[in-house]
Design a protein around this ligand. Structure first.
Ligand code: NAP
Length: 294
């Protein structure tokens, strides 16, 4: 009898997560048996027993793979035997699997973001990025950038948050307070501007992290981690000024595909997951929670 994969996502809340749709589409496309379920596990002590139970099911082979999202990306680490170098460097896990009896935590957000940057086909010189926001996803973004020769200017309204990112990742990262009057100066010469805040996410679709009336740095590209709506205000503004700009759908699909490969050993057709994502996003009137990453 062929293996039936038991996969899923731990987080809270999980609302209208799109992950089950993408992973089920991948299972079907590869003719694999199995399912991907949502496990809403409350934060802190309320959810601790349930979290431990799910991890025990992974150890015993009843569950074959789990994604992790807020609020558990850091606190699962204490239950794991090993971290991949990427998860270790970022200090957060979004994918777990069992390998030779060891429960391993990985982070597929960083390679997924990097794959998206490579698609933007940016010049290899003067790689300086402006990173808007300094939360969980900013860390994966900054790690991906500095591991590939970039410098990053990180902006946060609580500057200590950006300073923590600098303290974690070192001298290629610089912290600044979020002051839109300074965006022009800070953006000058940057090749990439990345939004890692939820600004512009459904239902606040008219908001943009970049001031509406401020020109973008010449020749920069824009990446918005927000993927709902399909075209964010930030991306629309950038495209209107002739910049190459993408929303976070590609990153969401890629991080899911990388996790799926870890669990099943099968290379997933990204277009199958992407088509399912686009279909479900267009069907969804409520905001899907950005799941599995950051
Ligand atoms: P997070 O850990 O809560 O961090 C959010 C960051 O944005 C914090 O620095 C926060 O600062 C800042 N921020 C929020 N509202 C702001 C505002 N109005 N002005 C300035 N800064 C603001 O969240 P996250 O996990 O990094 O996720 C952030 C976004 O990334 C979400 O919208 C999510 O959809 C998206 N995401 C997408 C993917 C993908 O695969 N495409 C993966 C991960 C995340 P404060 O602490 O001051 O609020």
């Amino acid at each position: 009898m062929s293996k039936s994969y038991s996969l899923g996502l731990i987080g809270y809340p999980l609302g209208h997560s799109l992950s089950p749709h993408m992973h089920r589409a991948a299972l079907a496309a590869l003719d694999l048996q199995g399912d991907y379920q949502l496990y809403e596990v409350e934060p802190a002590t309320q959810g601790q027993a349930e979290l431990e139970d799910l991890l025990e099911k992974m150890r015993s082979g009843k569950i074959h793979g789990l994604n992790v999202t807020i609020p558990h990306k850091q606190n699962v680490i204490q239950y794991l035997d090993e971290l991949t170098p990427t998860a270790e460097a970022i200090g957060a896990v979004n994918t777990m699997f069992l390998e030779n009896g060891s429960l391993v935590g990985d982070n597929t957000d960083a390679p997924a973001f990097l794959a998206e940057v490579k698609h933007l086909d940016l010049e290899e010189s003067q790689k300086v990025a402006l990173v808007l926001g300094a939360g969980g996803s900013a860390r994966a973004v900054v790690y991906a950038l500095i591991s590939n020769g970039w410098q990053a200017k990180v902006l946060a309204r609580k500057v200590e948050q950006a300073q923590e990112v600098v303290a974690h990742f070192g001298e290629r990262v610089h912290a600044f307070v979020w002051d839109t009057d300074q965006f022009e100066e800070l953006g000058a010469g940057c090749k990439l501007i990345v939004n890692t805040t939820p600004i512009g996410m459904f239902p606040n679709i008219d908001a943009s992290p970049w001031p509406m009336d401020l020109p973008f740095p010449q020749g920069a590209a824009v990446y918005d981690l927000v993927y709902n709506p399909a075209i964010t205000q930030f991306v629309r503004l950038a495209r209107e000024q002739g910049l190459l700009a993408q929303t976070g759908a590609g990153m969401l699909v890629e991080q899911a595909a990388l996790a799926f490969e870890r669990w099943t050993g099968h290379n997933v057709p990204r277009d199958i997951m992407r088509q399912m994502f686009d279909k479900q996003l267009s069907l969804s009137e409520a905001s899907p929670t950005w799941d599995s990453s950051s």
